[in-house]
Design a protein around this ligand. Sequence first.
Ligand code: MSP
Length: 690
Amino acid sequence: MTTPFYITTPIYYVNDVPHLGHAYTTIVADALARFHRMRGDDTRFLTGTDEHGQKVEEAATKRGLTPQQLVDQVAPRFDECWKTIGIDGYRFIRTTDAKHKLVVANLWKRIRERNPEDIYLATYQGWYCVGCEAFYTESQLVKDGDTWSCTTHKKPVAWIDKERSWFFRLSKYAKPLLAHIAAHPEFIRPTQYRNEIVSFLEKEELRDLSISRTSFAWGIPAPDPDPEGLAHVIYVWMDALTNYYSDLCPDGSLESADAAKYFPHAIHLIGKDILRFHSVYWPAFLMAAGLPLPHSILAHGWWTVRGEKISKSMPATRIDPVTLSDALAVGPLGRPIGIDAMRYYLMREVPLGNDGDFTFESLFGRFNADLANDLGNLVNRSLTLIGKFAAEFPPVCDDAQFAGGENPHWQLETHAFQATNAVARELELCAPSKALEQLWKFIGQANRYIDQTQPWAMAKAKDPVLGHTLWCLQRSLWTIAQMITPVLPSTSATILGWLGDAAPARWPIGAGGRVFTLAPGVLATDATPSVLFPRLDEPMQAAIVTKVAGEYAAGAAPAAPAPKPAAKAAVKPEAGATDAPAGPITYEDFAKLELRVGKVLTAAAVPKKDRLLHLTVDLGEAKPRTIVAGIAEAYKPEALVGKQVIVVANLAPRKMAGLMSEGMILAAGDEAILGLSAIDHDVPPGTRVR
Ligand code: MSP
C-alpha cells in the first residue's frame, strides 16, 4: 500500500500572466511532488487557473473581449509556462470546466441539505477589493484622505451599496475551527501563520460571509432561486477553493473514490496573501458540508524586488521565469540547467514561510559558491579521478576498509547515511531550504574526502586502497545525484547519465548505517563530464542582468552587483598597490618575492568579519604560520583544510582583526568567484615557487 500525497498550488487569476512569484509556488510544489514520487508515494499534483469573478469580467471588457474569450487566451499561458520551465506530472484545472461548475453547485446544495440555516439571503453593504475579490472592514484597510485602499494592491476599494446576496453563516464556525487547529498542530504551517489565524479567530468576531453577487454575471449561477428573481453568481472564492476537491470528482458527484483517498492528505501550498481564505473560509465550507478537511495549509512568504512584492500592479518587479531561466542557461547543457539554477536559488535562499528579496547579487553568489564550486567541482573532480585511475584500480568495495569507525571511507558512508535521512526528513516537513542545507553539508564532506584521501597521491604510491576510494567516490556521487532530484532534476539526470544509471530516480534509503551498497553494482568509469555550472564571471553576470532586467526602467530593476575591480589579492593590498600593470620588472625584483607552497592545516571564521578567515598554514617550517585571508565569501573554512596554496612568505607581518598575519595567500578573482592558486599535484609544504 503506497501512501497518498496530494499537493496543490493556488489556481492563478487569468487577468495576469505568470511571473516569478507564481513560479515560486509552482516550483516548490513540483519539488515536493518529485520527492514523494521518488519515494514511491501515490502522488497527485494540482495547479490551474481561477477564471470567474468581477476582476476577469472587467479585464475582458477593457480588452473588448467576452470573459470566455479572455480566459481561453490566458489560461493556456500558465500551462505553457509551467511546461517550459519543466514542471512535471501536474493536473491542470480550469474553473470554467463544466465538471468543476457542477461540483461547486453540489457543494452549495450539500451545505443547504446538511445545515439549511447556514446559507441565507440578506443585504450586503461594505467595501470590496476587486484585486483580492474580497470584502473588507475599515479596520482591514488604509485611509488616504477620503479614499480607502487595500493593503495588498494599494488601490482604492469599491463601495458595495446594499447588494442583495446569499450569506454563509461563517460566524458559527469560529469555535470548530479553533478546535480543529488545536487538535491538528500541523494544519496551518509554518507556526507563524497558525498563530496569526488563531489570534484572528480568537480576537475578531467572525462575520458571516457574502457568497453571491448580483451586479455582474461572470460566475457559476447560485443553485437556489432568489424569491425576487435576481440572478446570483457564486462568490468567486467559494468557486475557486472548491477546485481542490472538484478535481477529485470525475463525474461531478461529491462522493468519489479519489476524493476519499486523496483529499484528507491534501497540502494546499499558498502565498501568505491568501491565508485567511484557505484556513478559515475553506475548512468552514467543508465542515458545513460534512466533508473531510485537507491535511494542511502550507503558506510561504512573498518574493520582493527592492522590497516591493512581485506583482502585476508593480510592473517594475515582474520577473519572467522563462527569461530568467534562459538567462541562466550559460553552460553547455543549456536551458535545463538554467531552470535548475533558478529552482535552486528560489528554494535555497529563503526558508519556506519567509519573504525573500530577489537580488542578482544573491543569485550569482548561490550560483558560483554552491552550484559551480561545491557541486560542480565535486562532480568534476570525482569523475575525472575515476576516469584517470579506474583502469588500473577498478572501483570495488573492500569491506576491510570499513572496519574501523575512524577511517575516512567509513566516515563518508556514515555521513551519506545521515544525509539521506536528514534531507528526507526536511522534505517530508516541506522545508526545501533546510533540506538543501543538509545536502550541501554532505557535498562538503565528500569534497573533503577527496582532500583527505588524495587519490592522486595514492595512485602515485600504487596504493591498492585506491580502488575502494574510487568506489566510495562513485557511491557518494550517486547518492548526491539522487538526492538533488527534487530540486535539480536535470542536473541529477545528467550526473546519473554520466554514472550510467538510467533507471528512474529513487530515494537512497539506507539500512543499518549503509547507503553506498544501494547504488547499482556497476557504475560507469569512463564518463567525460562537461561543465555543469560554469562560474559566472563579471561579463557573464552583466549579460544576465541585461537580459532579465533590460526591460525595466532604470533604478526599478532588481539590484545588480556593483562593478568590481578586475583582480584582488586575498588580503587587502598594501597602500599604494594597484591592479594596473606596473611595467616590466627585473628578475632581481621578482626574486625578492618568496613564494612558497603551503598546506592549510586549520581554517576558521573571524568573528564579526564577514570576509576574513583565520588560517594556519604549514610552510614546512618548525611552526605553522597564522594567515588572515579575505576569502570567506568564496570558501567555507572546512573546504580549505588540506588544500595547497601559494603563500607570499616574506611579506612583513601585519595585524588584521586583532591577529598577526604572517603571509599572504595568492588568489584570483573576487569575492564569490575567487579561486585559490592551485598546484595540480602534491608538493611538500615549503617548496619554493619560481
Ligand atoms: N486566484 C487566487 C487564488 C485562488 S486559490 C483557490 C489568487 N490568484 S493569484 O494569481 O493572485 O495568485 C496568488 C498566488 O501566487 C499566491 O498565493 C502565491 O502562491 C503566488 N504569488 C503571487 N505573487 C507572489 C510573490 N510576489 N511572491 C510569492 N508568491 C506569489 O490569489
